[in-house]
Design a protein around this ligand. Structure first.
Ligand code: 2M8
Length: 659
């Protein structure tokens, strides 16, 4: 009997451990190879006797080194090294597999490309700037590889000089960029590449776009189980009267976290939702300002704690309460506006709304009175933490312009490092500026007028103002429910909306950008926060279409739904970092907003994909603070409250709409 022919591919990725050594860094070439091989398996090789094994290199290096394999990624074909140290040439690989299997169609793919490609360029004449995480880069590399084009690749995530080159060549920090003998091609422009490289139409192998992710589906029983797990997270983080974001890094009460958390409670324990919001508003200052942290008196070693904020300098803090001296986005009205609808005890809901409405109004009044220095109906923030998006790329430029530093920056960094994973949290340079800004606030005794004159960081944010706009609409609804005059809220919402459209919308780019009041310029960074106006219904129908088009063409995984959900930063930006806090990962609260936003502008399928993907993430990995957009790996804090609360909200809505 003749033995059936088969091919075993083995990819040795740069990962693993040996004795005391452990590889912590990621190898980008390995990541690309992995993605490309996975795709080959499901596309060209499907149904053929080919298997693919992925193994960590360091655990196995002794098996491969004697066969000449020493530089990951190493790809072996039936035990023999096929390629190493770089992404394998796909046509050659297919041809090799074809020869082993006697499969002429596969052999042809390789030979056709190698013989018929008419490109006359040498490897050194084509430079590709890429990052393994950016989807358009992966498509481009695959296109060049499948068409037998050799190039020299420069990974911008590894090389600082590659980043500088990209900026010098294109004036921006967006990848991929291809340079062919001085000719610059931005993005994956297949037609220009084809023409320049002389790839003839007869032999061109176009890459398939990333296959669309299937929208995950759940049975009611599955949903109920996930719902219960989410409730357990909130139970775990509950203290008397309020809920911590998580019980390790965030042991106090955080402003917008408690807003999101109350939305979760509203579905199964409305009384707790009210208690959460009441606890937060205990910390409201006499001028209406609502601090971003109300400190837990039982936990004294958080940094920066009450002693650093010196909030008492303001003379406005309620007695016996310890708070920080900056705020966070006003999400609360939107989170609790449905109390009367959701609480089976209507009387209780009305009593609560009556009690909280004046406090919410006072908070909004505060913003319009003290945080709109140019009287433009656009509220400004005075610290990156006020945005809730701590180290988002949005703050790089304004922070870099601050040259003073603070004396206690070092102790703050040390405290951070003690409890937080290195690498996933803001670094020293950022922290120095954070602390300097706090110092300036307390040295000015939190006198907002003075601060608006001398503070080095005053920014009109898209996310903040969109949330405020929606909040005004919901305060209006609340006022109507209570039989009050709602007109002031609808008028204010309208004014904010007009101001956002007028000042923050960039017509050329088709997108909204923050405005830096100190330096009088827009902050043109392509983050997902630019799309928050959709959720608040800010663009009209036509403008909404333009914004959606921009969203589709940028790398937020919208067109192909090929991430685990929507990343916080455009994946084609050279400084995108999939695991780094607010600079790339998927955040559940932001996805929750975007899902509602795109649905309002007609993208029901996309919205469903986002919402169900969030539930799938929680189900598969747990209720993390944030997730890697590529792998789905949970990052930051485990059992994070707002993730659990918003998953409860999504599931409750799904179950309700079915019944
Ligand atoms: C993060 O912010 C705090 C600073 O307030 C921190 O880094 O310690 C942000 O993600 C913020 O949005 C969030 O409210 C807070 C607590 O979850 O953590």
């Amino acid at each position: 009997m003749t033995k059936k022919k088969a091919v075993e591919l083995t990819l040795y990725r740069y990962a693993g451990k040996y004795l005391f050594f452990r590889i912590k860094k990621r190898c980008k070439e390995c990541d690309i190879t992995y993605v490309i091989l996975q795709r080959l398996m499901t596309e060209q090789l499907l149904g053929r006797p080919v298997s693919l094994r992925i193994v960590p290199w360091l655990d196995n290096f002794w098996k491969i080194i004697w066969r000449g394999g020493w530089h990951a990624p190493i790809l072996t074909v039936n035990g023999k090294v096929f390629s190493q140290g770089r992404v394998p040439e796909i046509p050659k690989l297919l041809s090799k597999i074809g020869k082993i299997l006697d499969d002429t169609s596969l052999i042809q793919i390789g030979e056709m490309k190698i013989e018929k490609t008419t490109s006359t360029y040498k490897e050194s004449e084509i430079t590709v700037y890429f990052s393994p995480a950016c989807p358009h880069c992966r498509q481009l590399l695959e296109y060049l590889g499948s068409n037998g084009i050799k190039y020299s690749g420069r990974d911008v995530t590894i090389s600082e000089s590659a980043r500088q080159d990209v900026e010098r060549l294109t004036g921006r920090l967006t990848i991929p960029v291809v340079v062919i003998k001085g000719e610059i091609i931005k993005g994956f422009d297949r037609n220009r590449l084809k023409n320049l490289l002389g790839i003839s139409a007869d032999y061109e192998r176009p890459v398939k776009l990333d296959s669309r992710n299937i929208i995950p589906h759940f049975t009611d029983t599955q949903l109920s189980k996930i719902y219960q797990k989410a409730k357990n997270v909130l139970e775990k983080n509950q203290l008397k009267g309020w809920t911590m974001p998580s019980n390790r890094l965030y042991p106090h009460l955080w402003n917008w976290d408690s807003g999101f958390i109350s939305r979760g409670y509203l579905h199964y324990d409305p009384e707790r939702a009210y208690t959460e919001i009441r606890s937060l508003f205990r910390g409201q200052w006499s001028d209406g300002f609502l601090p971003h942290i109300i400190f837990n008196p039982e936990y004294t070693h958080h940094f920066p704690g009450p002693d650093y904020w010196n909030a008492d300098n303001s003379g406005k803090v309620p007695s016996g309460i310890f708070t920080s001296g900056i705020s966070q986005p006003p999400v609360h009205a939107t989170m609790i506006v449905d109390s009367v609808k959701l609480d089976p005890n209507k009387e209780r809901a009305l009593t609560f709304l009556k009690e909280i409405y004046p406090k919410l109004k006072k908070l909004h009044d505060f913003y319009f009175t003290w945080r709109d220095p140019e009287a433009e109906n656009l509220v400004s923030i005075v610290h990156p933490w006020e945005s809730g998006l701590d180290n988002a790329p949005l703050w790089d430029e304004p922070l870099a312009a601050i040259t003073d530093t603070s004396e206690w920056a070092l102790s703050m960094q040390e405290k951070y490092d003690e409890i937080a994973e290195q690498g996933e949290r803001p670094k020293r340079t950022y922290i120095e500026k954070y602390s300097y800004l706090i110092e300036n606030l307390y040295k000015n005794n939190y006198d907002w007028e003075k601060i608006s004159e001398n503070h080095p960081f005053i920014i009109q944010g898209v996310l903040f103002n969109s949330i405020l706009c929606k909040s005004e609409l919901d305060l209006g609804k609340m006022a109507e429910t209570l039989g009050y005059d709602a007109s002031i809220h609808y008028e204010r919402a309208d004014k904010v909306k007009t101001a956002i459209n007028k000042k923050l919308f960039d017509e050329t780019e088709g997108i909204y950008y923050n405005f830096d009041l100190k330096h009088q310029k827009h902050i043109k960074r392509d983050t997902i926060f630019s799309y928050m106006p959709l959720f608040a219904g800010i663009p009209d129908k036509d403008m909404g279409e333009v914004v959606l088009d921009t969203l589709r063409t940028h790398c937020f995984c919208i067109a192909d739904m090929d991430c685990v959900a929507i990343p916080s930063y455009d994946m084609c930006q050279v400084d995108f970092e999939g695991e780094f806090y607010w600079r790339g990962p998927v955040w559940v609260n932001i996805n929750w907003y975007i899902a509602q936003g795109v649905r309002q502008y007609g993208e029901a399928e996309l919205s469903e994909w986002i919402e169900n993907s969030l539930i799938a993430l929680a189900d598969r990995y747990g209720f993390y603070e944030y997730y890697d957009p590529d792998s789905g790996k949970g990052l930051g804090e485990k059992d994070f409250s707002w993730t659990a609360a918003l998953i409860i909200d999504l599931i409750a809505q799904k179950l309700r709409s079915e019944n």
